[in-house]
Design a binder for this molecule. Structure first.
Ligand SMILES: *[C@@H]1O[C@H](CO)[C@@H](O)[C@H](O)[C@H]1NC(C)=O
Ligand SMILES: *[C@@H]1O[C@H](CO)[C@@H](O)[C@H](O)[C@H]1NC(C)=O
Ligand SMILES: *[C@@H]1O[C@H](CO)[C@@H](O)[C@H](O)[C@H]1NC(C)=O
Ligand SMILES: *[C@@H]1O[C@H](CO)[C@@H](O)[C@H](O)[C@H]1NC(C)=O
Ligand SMILES: *[C@@H]1O[C@H](CO)[C@@H](O)[C@H](O)[C@H]1NC(C)=O
Ligand SMILES: *[C@@H]1O[C@H](CO)[C@@H](O)[C@H](O)[C@H]1NC(C)=O
Ligand SMILES: *[C@@H]1O[C@H](CO)[C@@H](O)[C@H](O)[C@H]1NC(C)=O
Ligand SMILES: *[C@@H]1O[C@H](CO)[C@@H](O)[C@H](O)[C@H]1NC(C)=O
Ligand SMILES: *[C@@H]1O[C@H](CO)[C@@H](O)[C@H](O)[C@H]1NC(C)=O
Ligand SMILES: *[C@@H]1O[C@H](CO)[C@@H](O)[C@H](O)[C@H]1NC(C)=O
Ligand SMILES: *[C@@H]1O[C@H](CO)[C@@H](O)[C@H](O)[C@H]1NC(C)=O
Length: 445
């Protein structure tokens, strides 16, 4: 300790006594809950760490040790870590955790509305969303409100420690990795299993049941897979089951019209997240006719179908689940009723009276493709994981390397001055006692 003091004083002199926000490495190497992230960034992903160190105005969602424990249980992350693809997949997963600009908890509204914030994930194998793949952010509850991020497959990452200042911006420490939004087919398949009441396999099967109209027109599957900034309103399995008798009498061209009336056309100015919904707006569909958004009964409706699940993020945009099938022949807002959530289907129902709806009996599911969309190496691996599903033990073993713990010391010299290059944050903290962490100890300046 006596040897350290003169060095600290020297360093402070060189800094002209300007208080410093800690560097990213200061925080990583000293935080008891960030040991795994510190290992990863110091060792395998040091290039990514360097790229962060050059940033001056970012929000970094830092997965804590609990988040690393959860990796073996995730389809998307586990293969990336098993493959040790640090330069590729893992870098892209980490980029999804970096947001341009500073997003403290105070920047989110307390009314429970989501924001969809751009991230640094722009690699074409991972994102077809203009401006960087989005992540949802919201405050939940009060006193104090919990900051929550939502990502692909409706994954929830709660912030365990909010608004940690560092020289490059703000760190939000999260208890779960965010999952980059995955392709449409894969997401529908996964979502169907996890949230059966809002299952969408029936719509997926219907899309795959229609042959391409002609050689020059992209088939719906291709459109959904390849269109950038896509917005999809997907009727639930139950919604399709309810009118299945009518749908099955339609020609392929009429069914194509119905389905493409649930898909917004290109040039809508980016995916339309729930935060972009505006009462009484019309949006153009791929089919050609408009749909109308209406806010009533505390819900958004598309024509007269209620949005029962919003903002399921996919690689190339966003999906919202509806409780009724839409038709371009019924564009009106039919029977909206402020006292009930459920509106009458616009297509004739042929469902026998008294028979209970059963999502498992929804139509078209035999057309669901038995392959997963493969747009990046990680999706290829997911296929392998799926086909060998059944034993999670192997994954845990394979992952042991990445989850081994380690304790690290940072060098005190040098890092103390980094914050002097920062701007606004320093001014705001002038005159206040500033805590600087040095080689495991704490100095009050
Ligand atoms: C990096 O790897 C080395 C060797 O495997 C290990 O001793 C160390 O704890 C790891 N973590 C850091 C932050 O250096
Ligand atoms: C919630 O607050 C945000 C930001 O103040 C605002 O844009 C949004 O319209 C509000 N939403 C509701 C439902 O009041
Ligand atoms: C560490 O992480 C755990 C699990 O996410 C959380 O419960 C705990 O509050 C965290 N501790 C600190 C000091 O942030
Ligand atoms: C293909 O179908 C589209 C949409 O119905 C139509 O506009 C186009 O003229 C058709 N092309 C050919 C070559 O038939
Ligand atoms: C809409 O109505 C027209 C005229 O009755 C009919 O030809 C067409 O098939 C209908 N389209 C759908 C999707 O029901
Ligand atoms: C569709 O909506 C746009 C506004 O988004 C409007 O200009 C257009 O007239 C609408 N088309 C029809 C047929 O109502
Ligand atoms: C939305 O528009 C409908 C139809 O004009 C209206 O009845 C309703 O009050 C509006 N909702 C809000 C929240 O303004
Ligand atoms: C709205 O729903 C309530 C409850 O189901 C029903 O009593 C009422 O008649 C409905 N009103 C309209 C206009 O459909
Ligand atoms: C729904 O259908 C599935 C498959 O046909 C059947 O196994 C299940 O018991 C049914 N559920 C209900 C609630 O009827
Ligand atoms: C989606 O597009 C990618 C890239 O073009 C292609 O590799 C993949 O096979 C397509 N998948 C489907 C289901 O069309
Ligand atoms: C996207 O994936 C393909 C196939 O795995 C690979 O060859 C290509 O380099 C990747 N592109 C980028 C930008 O990483």
């Amino acid at each position: 300790m006596p040897a350290l003091i003169p060095r600290v004083l020297l360093t402070l002199a060189a800094c002209k006594l300007v208080a410093a926000a800690p560097s990213l490495t200061d925080i990583l190497s000293n935080h008891a809950n960030l040991t795994q992230l510190n290992n990863l960034l110091m060792n395998q992903s040091s290039d990514f760490l360097k790229s962060l160190q050059g940033q001056t105005d970012i929000t970094f969602l830092a997965p804590n040790d609990h988040a690393f424990l959860g990796i073996p249980d995730t389809d998307v992350l586990a293969p990336a870590f098993q493959n040790k693809d640090y330069a590729g997949d893992i870098t892209n997963i980490l980029k999804y955790h970096v947001l341009p600009g500073q997003h403290p908890s105070s920047s989110l509204s307390r009314n429970g509305s989501f924001q969809f914030l751009p991230t640094l994930l722009t690699d074409g194998n991972w994102s077809d969303v203009t401006g960087g793949q989005r992540i949802g952010a919201v405050l939940q509850g009060d006193d104090p409100p919990l900051m929550v991020f939502t990502s692909g497959l409706s994954t929830r990452s709660a912030v365990t420690e909010q608004d940690v200042d560092f020289e490059g911006g703000i760190i939000q420490i999260i208890d779960n990795f965010a999952i980059p939004p995955m392709p449409f087919v894969y997401t529908v398949d996964q979502y169907n299993l996890a949230f059966e009441a809002q299952g969408m396999l029936s719509f997926l099967g219907a899309v795959y049941s229609i042959p391409p109209i002609n050689a020059t027109t992209a088939s719906l599957p291709r459109y959904l897979n390849e269109t950038r900034d896509l917005t999809l309103f997907v009727p639930s399995n139950l919604a399709l089951e309810y009118v299945s008798g009518t749908l099955e009498t339609l020609s392929p061209a009429a069914l194509n019209d119905i389905l493409s009336y649930h898909i917004l056309g290109p040039n809508t100015g980016g995916p339309i997240y729930s935060s972009d919904f505006i009462n009484q707006t019309q949006l153009p569909t791929l089919q050609g006719s408009n749909i109308t958004l209406t806010f009533t009964s505390n819900s958004y409706f598309v024509n007269s179908a209620r949005v029962i699940a919003a903002d399921i993020l996919i690689k190339n945009g966003v999906m919202h689940v509806l409780d009724n099938v839409l038709s371009p022949n019924h564009t009106g807002i039919r029977g909206l009723n402020a006292t009930t959530y459920t509106q009458a289907p616009v297509l004739p129902t042929t469902f026998p009276a008294g028979q209970a709806l059963n999502s498992s009996a929804a139509p078209y599911t035999t057309f669901v493709p038995d392959f997963y969309v493969s747009v990046s190496s990680i999706s290829d691996v997911v296929v392998q994981t799926e086909t060998t599903a059944g034993g999670g033990g192997g994954q845990s073993t394979a992952f042991a390397t990445a989850s081994s713990t380690g304790k690290h010391k940072k060098s005190a010299a040098g890092s103390l001055c980094h914050g002097a290059e920062g701007s606004g944050w320093l001014g705001a903290n002038m005159g206040v006692a500033v805590v600087v962490t040095v080689a495991g100890g704490v100095f009050l300046l």
